[in-house]
Structures are given as C-alpha cells and as structure tokens.
Design a protein around this ligand. Structure first.
Ligand code: SF4
Length: 367
C-alpha cells in the first residue's frame, strides 16, 4: 500500500484575524500540553487500526508554531516512530508575528524540512487593514529564522482582492515573496465569511472583474519570477510543489488528526468535530462525512479534485485509477466550452487560469 499523508490540526492562535473562520482559539500552556498528548494518543490509536506508513506530515492550524519547540519535537518524533516518515516532506505552518528561532531549530532537529507562513501582503498598511499581527520586517526576520534552522523549503501565502489593492500592489507582494527566498507561494482571494468580524463591516471590495484581474496579475507575476502555477491557488519553483497537498488533489489517502481535522482513509471521508476539549477527552471519534453529489472514491469526486490542478484530469491517471477512459460525455461538454477556459485533448481535460476563476460553473457544466 502506498504511504499516506498525515495531517495534525493545531487549533491555537494568539488572537483571531477578523476574516478567518478556521477552527482556532487562544489557549494556555496546559491546554497545549494536554492537546499534544491527545494527538499522540490518536496517532497511536490510528496506527493500530491502519497498517500503513506515511511520507508526508503537515502541521496545520491555527498556528502550530505556537506549540513551541519542545511539543513540536515530541509530535514529529512520535509521528515518525509510528508512521515511518522515511524521506518525508514535513511541513510546519507558522505565524511570522512570533519569535521563531528556537521553534524552527527544534522542528528541524526532529526532521522538519518545510515551513509555510501567511505573509498575506507585502506592505504594512495592507497587513494592518487585514488585522494581521505582523509587519513585513517581522516576516523578514521569520524567514531568516527558517534559513538559520537549515530549512530550505519555504512557502508564503498572499491574499488577493483586498480593499484598495491594485495590480501594482499584487506585483509588489509577489516580489516580496521572491525576495524573501520562498520556494513556493499561494494566493487566495479574500472571501468574507459569515460570522466573522469582517462580515459586519462595510468594505469597498473589488468587484468580480477587478478580483479576476488581481488573480491573473498574480499568476503572471509568479510566472515571471520562476514560480510555475500547478493548482488554482499554488505556485512553485521546479520540484517544490507541496507533496502533501498534492495528495488531496489526487484523492490519495490522508489521515487528519485533531479537532476539525479531515481524513480520507479506507475509502471513507471522516472528520473530527470542531471541539478541542472533546478531542482531549478522547470521546469524539472522527465521524463519516460524505457528499451525495461526489461520493468518496467516485469518478466525479476524483475529477473535481484533479481539475483544480493545472495538469488537470489526465487519461493516464483516470485509466490507472478506474481502468477506463474519461467518460465521453465529460469530454464532449468540455470541448463545447470556450477554449479560454478549458482545454480538452488526447491527454485529458484541464482548466486555464481564466477557467480557474469560474471553476465551479465549469465543473458543474462538465460533470
Ligand atoms: S493566524 Fe491564521 S488561523 Fe489564526 S486566526 Fe489568523 S488567519 Fe486564522
């Protein structure tokens, strides 16, 4: 059996960014200790149920770097003992507002080899408007700490379609990402989520056409600096794609542990409830979640995930997984859509950057 991807969700943040609806909250030292022990307990439980190894480990959140070096070392070491992690990609999400030298040093000592940080914007005015706790110079210090720890692989996130953001601002932010030595970048359109502080504020956000321009500018700016787009929101230097995230888009097995973590194992999609206290008590097993329109393991689900990738839905990949060609009706529908959005040829079906901007509509037309 192929190695799986492991994900550990760390739901702690110093404070809540006003646009964020991820499951995270401020926690004290004791809560972080007991949560870390609960993660290790669940790693052991899953190891008894699944006879597999893992070749990626992703510590996401929340702000996993808040755990500090001692707990992170313990977690990565436990995951290695239980799931092998030979030649694994081991990623830590970190917040550049923290002092991170010791944390990164301990993470690297445990075998950690990749860091992902939310830079979000390349100027302090935009960062303040987003309610972020860090400045660009703090991000520079955090990137320097990554290098000092001997970690070469660095991913930085960027937010697009912010209030007052111009194409020039986007180009500047991408140049900052490049200048900070990132090997990977991600760019997400700001979405106002219900129930967040941003949802009750009035904004002059870019309209859909302007947001599309910011996105296409980011695609160009990353390409000009040697980051090839490989997924709707992700860009990488050669060989620097996120191996862990590729497992999600390839519908490969991943085991997510922690409050609000999701898994795809044994042909089922599972999720832990968004309840860290219950996770620590150990009385909330991961529950099955499934989609009626794209059931776990179905051809439709696989196509929906693969069409997020620039490589798209390939004949070779589809035949390897399902033993047959891509359904003719999907090809015909894709061929009937404008070439600016979708390409359908002998290799398969794939969306263009313009197509990614309207991917939901395209997927519902094709699938
Ligand atoms: S640091 Fe990240 S996870 Fe935490 S509140 Fe801000 S955006 Fe959300």
């Amino acid at each position: 059996m192929k190695p799986i991807g492991l994900y550990l969700h760390i739901p702690f943040c110093v404070s809540k960014c006003p646009y964020c609806d991820f499951y995270s909250f401020a926690a004290d030292e004791q809560t972080m200790d007991t949560y870390t022990e609960a993660l290790i307990r669940e790693l052991q439980n899953w190891r008894e149920r699944l006879c597999v190894t893992a070749d990626t480990l992703y510590l996401g959140g929340g702000t996993p770097s808040l755990l500090g070096g001692r707990r992170l070392y313990r977690l990565v070491t436990a995951a290695r003992e239980l799931f092998g992690l030979d030649n694994a990609e081991i990623t830590l999400e970190a917040n550049p507002a923290e002092r991170l030298e010791e944390t990164f040093a301990a993470f690297a000592a445990a075998g950690g080899n990749r860091v992902s940080m939310g830079l979000q914007a390349g100027d302090d005015r935009a960062l303040a408007a987003l309610g972020r706790r860090h400045t660009v110079s703090q991000a520079e210090a955090a990137c320097e700490a990554v290098r000092k720890a001997g970690i070469r692989r660095l991913s930085l996130d960027l937010m697009l379609a912010l209030e007052g953001q111009s194409d020039r601002d986007v180009r500047h932010s991408v140049s900052v990402i490049d200048g900070l030595g990132a090997t990977h970048g991600s760019a997400y359109l700001l979405k106002i989520e219900e129930g967040t502080p941003f949802a009750s504020r009035s904004f002059h956000l870019p309209d859909d056409d302007e947001a599309a321009e910011r996105y296409l500018t980011a695609v160009d700016a990353f390409a000009e600096r040697g980051f090839a787009q490989y997924e709707i929101s992700n860009f990488a230097r050669e060989g620097e794609q996120s191996r862990h995230n590729l497992k999600y888009w390839n519908a490969d097995p991943t085991l997510g542990i922690g409050a609000a973590a999701h898994s795809y194992v044994g042909g089922k999609r599972l999720a832990y409830p968004r309840d860290a206290a219950a996770f620590i008590r150990g009385n909330t097993p991961a529950e099955e979640t499934d989609s009626t329109e794209a059931p776990a393991g179905s051809e439709t689900e696989y196509a929906m995930l693969r069409l997020r990738l620039c490589e798209g839905l390939t004949e070779r990949g589809f035949a390897d997984r399902f033993g047959r060609a891509i359904p003719a009706k999907w090809r015909q529908r894709a061929a009937g859509l404008p070439a600016a959005y979708v390409t359908a040829d002998e290799d398969g079906i794939r969306l263009t950057p313009q197509g990614f901007l309207v991917s939901n509509a395209i997927l519902s037309r094709i699938l």
